[in-house]
Design a protein around this ligand. Structure first.
Ligand code: FES
Length: 151
């Protein structure tokens, strides 16, 4: 974890306790997850009980306590995607990456998670790789999508 960046983030909000969510969002964006040391520092510097910071960090889906892959994959399992085969897409990704939902590949390239409706149901079934949407997917399209992100 880059301590300097953490200090900058904390400095930006001047230990304003009402900015705790924004602070956690910035840390998540900077490091890709919420490192334990960062949580401890935030609690100390912002004078917020550790239990409170931890409960916020685990309550919101946008936050992760574990490092994610360089290319985080989120499979939409909302209703529209579910009826159009999201489970088959998820299973294909699990097979292709040799990981289960919630895990990260050993080389750190990809992590795989499930999310509820990402807001483009017309493209169901949809996955997001990082910030990019891939819609109207079939199992046969998955290797091509992954290839785009593989070194
Ligand atoms: S249910 Fe998947 S995008 Fe809405």
């Amino acid at each position: 974890m880059n301590e300097e960046r953490l200090t900058e983030i904390l400095g930006k909000y001047e230990a304003d306790q009402s900015a705790i969510i924004a602070v956690l969002q910035d840390i998540q964006a900077e490091f890709g997850y919420l490192p334990k040391d960062a949580i401890l520092t935030v609690s100390k510097e912002m004078n917020i009980p550790l239990s409170r910071v931890l409960s916020l960090a685990t309550f919101f889906n946008a936050f992760s306590m574990e490092p994610k892959g360089r290319h985080p994959i989120n499979v939409c399992v909302g209703t529209a995607c579910h009826v159009r085969g999201a489970q088959l897409i998820l299973e294909k990704l699990e097979r292709e990456l040799s990981i289960s939902s919630g895990d990260t590949t050993q080389d750190g390239d990809f992590s795989l998670d499930e999310v509820r409706c990402v807001g483009c149901c017309g493209l169901a079934p949809v996955i997001m790789v990082g910030d990019e949407f891939h819609g109207k997917l079939t199992q046969t399209k998955i290797p091509g999508v992954l290839k785009k992100y593989q070194k």
